[in-house]
Design a protein around this ligand. Structure first.
Ligand code: NDP
Ligand code: 2IT
Length: 452
């Protein structure tokens, strides 16, 4: 409410969102960023206000919250809270991941679902915006506990989703193992083998390159941004990547393939620094096979060190920073440190990892900035390609999917860049991505009318 918009219309909508969602700081943060970007759009096109597009787009079409009860290995009943937000279906069935993390709450699910609307639009594929998850903590749980939780979660979720209605996928805490259990339960309940989830295993309808897609996509996007805006590339650069999950691992792999040296990775406990360049096979063994902590890396690789506390990863000097862990992990202080240390480019692999203040500092300092909605859209884009393959009951080769992913990421960069130029903020890809994503959804909403 403290923020002053130029447009009275945007001010009204923002004030109302603040009043209605006062206890949801992440959601308000995501809305504020998009609405600021829309100033030149509403100034140019009165039909946005006439059709009530902005007040509609900030309100989820549907929000489901449910009880998930399951029995742990000691026979004790446990209860968690499940969510699915079906935010916007103007351009396609709801699409977006499921997050399992103790920090999951309505605010987190709504910020992610809201961002997903614009991200999915940027992919150019027909997908609306959705998100879901639970405050269930997968850490320390046995495979059987994970399975029972996923089955109970799907027992309720199955009532709300479908291949042409809403197609969930993975996010933090949800990978191939969880998607398998979720898919198995959906099929059991509905007696249907459909593409109702993406990120599936390759033996039952998954797409090649979906596992790699988000991390690879971040690097394809960043490479194009470096090339077009700075005549530069990953080659020879020092890179710091936060997180050590799905996105971080495959961003590391592609950055290394493109000639960069990745020197640090983290998890929620701390970070490892390896001046010789991260050995990814060791990380994969620790994270994908053993599901252990990143501190293990320093015990196994000579010359590597471990530092407690994940935020300090941004004190490691680098040319390129790729935050790939979680929201608000990179604040103004971290941005100041990165800028002081000479960072030239920041791309968001995670969703909303930079605070609004940190983002503004990068933009003001002339650091190339790839916003999440654009930079990490490769995961959901490849989910869209998985849906296409499921619909035609065919599967494409790794090379074919990867080539499509690459061309989608390059196209997203250019669409965001062109929109930033057309709307008077050349090179500001936050503004460009928000506008480019918004325009398609707004147009679809206008044509589909409002029910009286
Ligand atoms: P994973 O669960 O595979 O990995 C998450 C990583 O982030 C882990 O290293 C985890 O550490 C760390 N992390 C999670 N929560 C926190 C926290 N509160 N503080 C510090 N570190 C944390 O998830 P993904 O790699 O799939 O997702 C990472 C980010 O990328 C998320 O923001 C997600 O929304 C986004 N994203 C993911 C996509 C995908 O296809 N998977 C697509 C687009 C975006 P620890 O093990 O200690 O919890
Ligand atoms: O944030 C994201 O875009 C994802 N977690 C991927 C969603 C998807 O449907 O593949």
């Amino acid at each position: 409410m403290e923020f002053q918009f130029k447009s009275a219309y945007l001010q009204r909508v923002y004030d109302s969102v603040c009043a209605k969602n006062a206890n949801e700081p992440e959601f308000l943060q995501a809305v504020k960023e998009v609405l600021i970007s829309l100033e030149p759009v509403v100034a140019r096109d009165p039909s946005i206000e006439q059709n009530g597009i902005v007040e509609r787009i900030v309100e989820p079409e549907r929000f489901v919250q449910f009880r998930v009860s399951w029995v742990d290995d000691n026979g004790k009943v446990q209860v968690n809270r499940g969510y699915r937000v079906q935010f916007n279906s103007a351009i396609g069935p709801y699409k977006g991941g499921l997050r399992l993390h103790p920090s999951v709450c309505a605010s987190v699910i709504k910020f992610l679902g809201f961002e997903q609307i614009f991200k999915n639009s940027l992919t150019t594929l027909p997908m609306g915006g959705g998100k879901g998850g639970s405050d269930f903590d997968p850490k320390g749980k046995s495979d059987n506990e994970i399975m029972r939780f996923c089955q109970s979660f799907m027992t309720e979720l199955s009532k709300h989703i479908g291949a042409d209605t809403d197609v969930p996928a993975g996010d933090i805490g949800v990978g191939a193992r969880e998607i398998g259990y979720l898919f198995g339960q959906y099929k059991r309940l509905r007696n249907e083998f459909t593409g109702v989830l993406t990120g599936k295993g390759l033996s039952y309808g998954g797409s090649l390159a979906r596992t790699e897609a988000t991390g690879y996509g971040v690097c394809y996007f960043t490479q194009e941004m470096l090339s077009c805006m700075k005549q530069d590339s990953f080659a020879g650069k020092t890179v710091v990547i936060s997180g050590s999950g799905n996105v971080a691992i495959y961003a590391t792999q592609k950055a290394q393939e493109l000639g960069a040296k990745v020197v640090a990775l983290s998890d929620s406990n701390g970070y490892v620094y390896d001046p010789n360049g991260i050995q990814l096979d060791v990380v994969k063994q620790i994270k994908e096979v053993e599901r252990a902590r990143i501190s293990e890396y320093a015990k196994r690789v000579p010359g590597a060190t471990y530092t407690e506390g994940c935020k300090n990863i941004w004190t490691v000097k680098c040319d390129i920073a790729l935050p790939c862990a979680t929201q608000n992990e990179l604040d103004a202080e971290a941005a100041d440190t990165l800028i002081k240390n000479g960072v030239i480019c920041v791309s968001e692999g995670a969703n909303m990892p930079c605070t609004l203040e940190a983002t503004q500092k990068f933009l003001d300092a002339g650091v190339l900035f790839g916003p999440a909605k654009a930079a990490n859209a490769g995961g959901v884009a490849t989910s869209g390609l998985e849906m296409s393959q499921n619909s035609e009951r065919l599967s494409w080769s790794f090379e074919e999917v990867d080539a499509k992913l690459k061309s989608i990421m390059i196209n997203i960069f250019h669409n965001a860049y062109d929109a930033s130029k057309e709307y008077g903020a050349e090179g500001n890809l936050v503004v460009g991505a928000n506008i480019a994503g918004f325009l398609k959804v707004a147009d679809a909403m206008k044509w589909q009318g409002v029910a009286y």
